[in-house]
Write a protein that binds this ligand. Sequence first.
Ligand SMILES: Cc1ncc(COP(=O)(O)O)c(C=O)c1O
Length: 488
Amino acid sequence: MTTIDLTIHKDRRANAIKRAKERNIIIPTFAEMKDPSKIPAKIQKELKGIGLWDIHPRNLFRITWKNQPTASGGTFGGVNFLELPSTLTGVPARIVVLVGKWFPTGAHKVGAAFGCLVPRLVTGQFDPTTQKAVWPSTGNYCRGGAYDSALLACESIAILPEEMSQERFDWLASVAGETIKTPGSESNVKEIFDKCWELRNSGEDLMIFNQFDEFGNYLWHYEVTGHAMEEVLKQVMRPNDRYRGMASATGSAGTIASGDYMKQLFPDSKIVASEALQCPTLLENGFGAHRIEGIGDKHVPWIHNTKNTDMVVAIDDNAVVNLARLFNEESGRAFLIEKGVPEGTVNQLDLLGFSGISNVLSAIKAAKYYELGENDIMLTVLTDSMELYRSRLHEMHQEYGQYTERDAAADFARYLHGQSTDNMLELRYTDRRRVHNLKYYTWVEQQGKTYEEIQQQWYQDDYWSGIRKQADEIDELIVEFNKEVGLM
Ligand SMILES: Cc1ncc(COP(=O)(O)O)c(C=O)c1O
């Protein structure tokens, strides 16, 4: 059975412990990330003097959905979330979104990176004193990886496509040891994989944390995002309400693992995977370039549990970029208020980055398809916020000119309330298998996975559940590691 490898390498682990001691590093457990009230009071006090994005080892404890929404000095509260009113969504169903902006780096991908790096660090499989950590990504994951590496005193290499937003490169320049730009845009992940092979073959001592095939990514979202969803639901659910499902765009297919967790609790709930219409890989084995940064990379990630995916939705990237203007330009916001969207909501619409807008549209389309009513709840996730796309707004301003009330009316009618049930597919057993089968070409033919394992992913009942059970074991290893570091 495939699980996250937790074999101990004694000598390398000793190096990691020594490094942690020298650099004042304490590692949080999954249990603490889910419930920060378990974090020792001394650490919570320390955090009051540390900014959310500061490169400070204690910020490892801020890898949680429960940071107080402030740039500095915050401790912990409930899960950051927002409910979007029907005046905005155009559907009676309740659409509730988890907010990723309040993670360090402004995106929840620091969690995925943590999930990949920490099991290797506390077992000694990765030695921060001799090896570099390589983070292949389309942006937020390699920012998260570079950030976690800095906090954990490891050297890092970030790899991302050259056409990603300028904000990503500017930030990486100050945090990552090295940044490698690969050809192309968002969906050019094959080029990133090729670069990884080049690095592997270079003879340099490095470890590649490939989010697309690392089950630490799956596990972190299953445990931490899954629990955060459960808590939000408990908070918002009224006596007659029903949880109907979650929608998530897939980049590495880490986030969508939280749907697996929710489906354990609500077996009738749906998992809706989404992607860009301009690159409809899940929907129709398609390909293409698109502008929804962070998702839809022309392949099916190894860690996507496709057998559990109920629906695929493709979102037009024109809808996303135009709604970004509607939500953030002054005349767009004024128009929304005129249409009855509460001002409190309008003022928070910059919490939705491009993929967040796409996720909300996916939830709206699913709500329309399943004819959900006012007692039905759909959940989704805002991975990052507009903070990472200001340059894109500026570019659109340059290209299309001032955003007017007329533009706002058109975008609102066409791209928001006008969403229909086009470009979506409810998956039958054979459709799910068709998506799964696509993995073969990337992973078995190109990336060294075995025929046996791709078969196990589909046919072996305990393949996914075996991975899900590993959080406690990893927590024990983290506790033991911290004990030997001796800073608690
Ligand atoms: C902005 C953004 N949205 C969505 C995603 C997709 O999330 P996941 O990789 O967990 O599928 C990513 C991934 O990097 C991202 O950066």
